[in-house]
Design a binder for this molecule. Structure first.
Ligand SMILES: [Zn+2]
Ligand SMILES: [Zn+2]
Length: 423
């Protein structure tokens, strides 16, 4: 029976060797900068992540349903920790982009933007993550107002906006990724196409609105606000405009994956165990004048885990035509069919918040996993490699003694390194 222990990735290794010491010094060294109450959240996520793909922590037993074949194999569980586990993050991104393309975005051109704010304002977002969604809402209304003004009538548009906290070399850099429908619907549901090419006016409006919001929240005083408004290079920007064409499914899905980035790319980091250091390589950054940074292992953990969103906080928001409330209506009046969307497929009741959680709970995790494996590896994991019959998950083993016994049996053979979402 095949078995390949999924090798630990470098972040797992760093956590394994240094998380205990990080935890010990957190209050003294990191709490002030990264948050007094975050350690509980960090610890829980890191624990799950450390067990990701570990056969000794839980195994699913998968067996061919053909009585004469009875071929079987085992898979370890995965941790589902977005923003921390690179492989689980990637998997959920695939699900999310599939969901966006099939069930959310109209088959019309979209653009993808990155909204950024000046460095001096980022600190407010570090300690009040609710502000992130205030800005998401602001971005949506900015675009809606812009379209309505361009056409001189009230238009409703759709946006999907995610908030990101990670900049280059893991720095805290609050910014927003937005997928924006180019155009909108009038009251009679006629679509008006509006190209979003020149964004200078919108950028200026973005600056004014964000500053106004922060003043209203008493985070900025009037003097500082006036200064910010007078800067020639304001530090506010809307850039990276990428066009999503309506009928290129593959390109659409690929682009949708950029909506949420993992804070770190494994290719960029090098762990030096003998020195307890982590070396980070990146492209040369004009502003910071560096392309390399050496972290102590503990500092690296602090910098990485600051990007873990608070638990159960949705980092993606759906607005306007793409909010589920609008989608409910659109389903009834047929707007969705008109724009080539399979709107009936998903059904989150939660207003603007559905994400892959709801997709996964709608379908069985077994099916979801199989579909993803097929997508990534182009093989069907639920098809028996021996007889072509249907495979089925017949048991989930979490008892550590049992797991150990199974691993002992399996060690001599090998298999492709898939893991499984059964938690
Ligand atoms: Zn994982
Ligand atoms: Zn079989």
């Amino acid at each position: 029976m095949p078995y390949i222990p999924k090798s630990q990735n470098v972040i797992q290794k760093i956590m394994h060797e240094h998380f205990t010491s990080f935890e010990e010094v957190y209050d003294d060294r990191y709490a002030k900068e990264y948050g007094q109450f975050r350690l509980i959240r960090i610890k829980e996520a890191v624990q799950k992540f450390s067990d990701c793909g570990n056969y000794l922590k839980g195994i699913a037993r998968i067996k061919c349903t053909d009585d004469t074949c009875k071929h079987e194999y085992f898979r370890p569980f995965s941790c589902k920790q977005w923003y921390l586990c690179p492989s689980c993050h990637q998997k959920r991104l695939l699900l999310l982009s599939e969901q966006l393309c099939e069930n959310v975005l109209f088959r019309s051109p979209h653009r993808q933007f990155v909204f950024t704010i000046p460095k001096s304002l980022r600190v407010y977002f570090k300690h009040d993550r609710k502000l992130f969604s205030d800005i998401s809402r602001l971005i949506h209304s900015l675009i809606t107002d812009y379209y309505s003004e361009m056409k001189g009538i009230s238009l409703k548009t759709g946006t999907v906006i995610s908030y990101q906290s990670a900049g280059d070399i893991l720095r805290f850099n609050s910014h927003w990724h937005a997928l924006v429908l180019e155009g909108g619907l009038d009251k009679e549901n006629n679509f008006h196409y509006i190209s979003l090419k020149d964004l200078s006016d919108m950028t200026e409006l973005f600056r004014q609105k964000v500053i106004r919001l922060l003043v209203k929240k008493k985070l900025l005083n009037h003097q500082f606000a006036r200064n910010l408004l007078s800067w020639k290079h304001s530090g506010f920007s809307i850039n990276n405009s990428v066009l999503l064409r309506p009928h290129d499914d593959r390109a659409r899905e690929n682009l949708c994956q950029y909506i949420i980035r993992h804070p770190v790319s494994l290719k960029k980091i090098e762990y030096i165990p003998a020195k307890s250091k982590v070396l980070y390589h990146t492209k040369y950054n004009e502003y910071w004048k560096e392309n390399i940074k050496l972290f102590t292992a503990n500092d690296f953990i602090a910098e990485l885990t600051q990007h873990l969103p608070p638990k159960r906080k949705h980092m993606i928001r759906y607005y306007g035509l793409y909010s589920s409330r609008s989608k409910g209506k659109a389903r009834i009046d047929g707007t969705y069919e008109k724009f080539g969307i399979n709107g009936a497929g998903q059904g989150s009741k939660n207003d603007t918040n559905f994400d892959t959680e709801s997709v996964e709970s709608n379908k069985s995790s077994n099916q979801t996993w199989a579909r993803l494996i097929q997508k990534v590896y182009e093989v069907d994991p639920m098809k028996c490699p021996k007889c072509g019959g249907q495979m089925k998950i017949i048991a989930v083993i979490t008892d550590s003694f049992e797991c150990k016994k199974i691993v002992g049996h399996l060690k001599k053979n090998k298999s492709p390194p898939f893991d499984i979402d059964v938690a």
